[in-house]
Design a protein around this ligand. Structure first.
Ligand code: SF4
Length: 505
């Protein structure tokens, strides 16, 4: 471990900037929204890794996530003032960026000596925009922003004479080169969970205490690396690459989380988990068994449907996987083709059903409101999603419906711009996070979204879920899921003034 003479105070900042009482889903979030749900507190893994690296370098790190703490802005500023950091790190997304520009200017006015670092997917594409719009000092491009933040701290502390590629600095010429993305992910220390207050995070569908992990960075796949045209992280953060950690390292970290913190669930928030790589999954399972932790903690993960094969299912059962988050997106092959999903509806249905046959809970995610999808097309998505939700439904199964939001920088955004499909000013960044359509759609995405969320009330689903409850933990999970669902339904009733979303029959 390096101990620096130029020790600094560094604050990780998530100021609680709400929208009409709605909470920004900002951390570790590919799809941004302001939500009424109080159950979504996703642990910011890369930022937590940054905090861990800074502490290892000898800096004093303050974790000021006012969003997860549910605190007010005044209280948050008081905490910030008590730290008076030398460096303040802010993560942003497109929807929040104008608020963050104003926030950074206020921060610099109140604390002129504090240097501000901005990170996130949007600024990875457009650093000059933020540099010109606010008084930020540094901007880090790319998903390995933990390493960029550490490099800036070393630079500020006088321990490094230059900054790496991908780091923009006010008054310097650095930043023109793209970030390298070649870091050895196994060289990173395990995240310091206490420093980063991991117990304040979780989602309705995960048992607590839950610890989020990353088995790697970037979306891999059986056929090819992920290239979905709407996937902001796979483009802005990982530039269509995928790295997996050594499976033995991941298994050892899970054992550590169980032994030290008694976690009941681990969620792998790597883009597509690690199971797409069969040798990786085999070694991971065998190591969990060797460490005697397999089956003693629930493991849940993002997963592509085409990674759910009989051999992988057997390994995942041995390892203790409980829930898989699988994207359907659309029930129409032509849409999946246009999105470069590299999967067909049939493959996705087969993968989800195989997972459910094996007893895994499955969260199916959908997107509604593509400009080329008619009402009949969206109905097909609805019918496929309904079939998947009701198929062998049991506790923990759920469905997610998102309005199509093309994020600036993605191929999908460019298509929407080229074809004139935006119904808002594409520079009206706040509109990208209000769970309302921003592009034209023959079908009504709000009404279909509400109808999809309401599938959780289907009598068959409710009955089968209730009958499969086995423990008080299951009941707790069900209660939290219900509260979260009600919050999501409120998101979908927030139609524009004067408009009325009418559910399709
Ligand atoms: S499969 Fe998921 S994580 Fe991978 S590129 Fe597509 S949307 Fe992104």
């Amino acid at each position: 471990m390096l101990s620096l003479n130029g020790e600094m105070r560094v604050a990780v900042c998530y100021p609680p900037l709400l929208y009409r009482g709605r909470v920004p889903v900002l951390t570790q979030s590919r799809i941004f929204s302001f939500t009424h749900s109080s159950e979504i507190r996703i642990y910011p893994l890369v930022m937590a890794q940054a905090a861990t690296l800074l502490k290892a370098d000898g800096h004093g790190v303050s974790w000021l996530d006012g969003i997860s703490a549910g605190e007010g802005l005044d209280g948050w500023w008081t905490r910030f003032g008590a730290v008076a950091p030398d460096l303040a790190v802010v993560e942003t997304k497109v929807t929040m960026i104008r608020r963050h520009w104003a926030f950074i200017d206020e921060l610099k006015a109140r604390f002129p000596a504090t240097r501000v670092i901005l990170v996130g997917d949007h600024v990875s594409y457009f650093p000059e925009e933020s540099a010109g719009a606010c008084a930020v000092d540094y901007i880090v491009a790319g998903g390995d922003y933990d390493l960029g933040i550490r490099a800036i701290a070393r630079f500020e502390a006088g321990e490094a004479i230059d900054l790496p590629a991908g780091v923009w600095a006010r008054g310097r010429s650095a930043g023109a080169e793209p970030p390298a993305l070649d870091a050895d992910v196994d060289a990173l220390p395990w995240i310091d969970r206490e420093l980063t207050k991991f117990n304040g995070y979780g989602e309705a569908y995960l048992h607590r205490p839950v610890a989020y992990i990353l088995s790697g960075r970037g979306c891999g796949g059986i056929k090819a690396v992920g290239r979905c045209t709407f996937c902001i992280w796979q483009y802005a953060f990982w530039r269509k690459t995928a790295r997996l950690r050594d499976p033995r390292n991941v298994a050892a970290e899970i054992k550590h989380l169980v032994d030290r913190y008694g976690v009941r669930e681990v969620f792998d928030d790597n883009e597509a988990g690690g199971m797409w790589d069969l040798p990786w999954l085999t070694a991971f399972t065998e190591e969990l068994e060797r460490l005697d932790v397999a089956g003693k903690v629930h493991i849940s993960s993002n997963c592509r449907a085409d990674s759910v094969t009989p051999d992988r299912v057997e390994l995942m059962k041995r390892a203790g996987y409980r829930m898989l988050k699988i994207a359907l997106e659309s029930g129409n092959d032509e849409t999946l083709r246009q999105l470069a999903k590299d999967e067909t509806v049939e493959e996705i249905v087969r993968g989800v059903k195989l997972a459910k046959d094996a007893g895994f809970a499955v969260m199916v995610t959908t997107m509604i409101g593509f400009p080329w999808e008619t009402d009949a097309d969206v109905r097909r998505t609805y019918e496929v999603a309904k079939d998947l939700l009701l198929y062998r439904a049991h506790r923990g199964d759920c469905l997610e419906a998102n309005v199509v939001i093309p994020y600036p920088g993605t191929p999908l955004h460019k298509t929407m711009l080229d074809r004139g499909w935006f119904t808002i000013d594409p520079m009206d960044y706040e509109a990208y996070g209000l769970s309302k359509p921003v592009v034209t759609s023959p079908a009504d995405p709000i009404a279909w979204g509400r109808k999809l969320w309401r599938l959780h009330r289907h009598p068959l689903f409710v009955a089968r879920s209730a009958l499969s409850v086995r423990s008080v933990h299951d009941l707790t999970l069900g209660w939290r899921g219900l509260r979260s669902l009600l919050g999501h339904e409120r998101d979908y009733t927030a139609v524009p003034a004067g408009a009325q979303a009418v559910e399709p029959a």
